[in-house]
Design a protein around this ligand. Sequence first.
Ligand code: DX5
Ligand code: ZN
Length: 231
Amino acid sequence: MSGHTLPCCKIGPSILCADLSCLADECRKMIHSGADYLHLDVMDGHFVPNLTFGHPVVKCLRPKMPDIYFDMHMMVQNPEKWVESMADAGANQYTFHVEACEDIPALCRKIQESGMRVGVGLKPGTPVETILPYSDLFDVVLIMTVEPGFGGQSFMEDMMSKVQYLRTNFPYLDIEVDGGVGPNNIDVVAEAGANMIVSGTAITGASDPSQVIALLRNSVENAIQKSQLER
Ligand code: DX5
Ligand code: ZN
């Protein structure tokens, strides 16, 4: 379902390690610092050994920032269960994990019919080939560069071969990376071809988040420009 316009750079901070008692303020801070969207991590204590929040929180957040794109990273078992509730809460993108899903095409259709963009997530151990048969059905592929469950882990550079493969074969696809991404590794991420950049602690833990967001954007935009010149 990816279109025929070349993907552009989007920076989506993960607020997982921010002060969740002030969620709306933390989200606003990210937007004012130059974020393009918010990456909201939902964990159920089953698919990953950790808990965060669900659709009731998203529903409260939505009226406080009506125009912001919410990417729901659903680290949950039975992801088909929460599609309607997340759509009703105001989510824009529903990114589920293929490892947690029994019927990938049915779930992709359900998400699309509910008006959200379809994201498919791959844990580090899951080969990219798993999703190739369904490439007409999703909008975004999320390549995890850590084991999902916790913020602040180390970036796995060997995942870049998945990003490279996808970019080569799907030039118009939105490719998102998540886990340990920050100024130290953004150049390899950008060179590999990712255009949607999730970054948690590198942004929320920085004294000046806007500087980090600008740095990440600069690297990705340069790589996109370079690849367009080479086409
Ligand atoms: C991990 C989450 C990530 C993570 C990002 O399971 O999906 O979104 O919190 O945070 P950093 O960038 O700190 O790894
Ligand atoms: Zn995430």
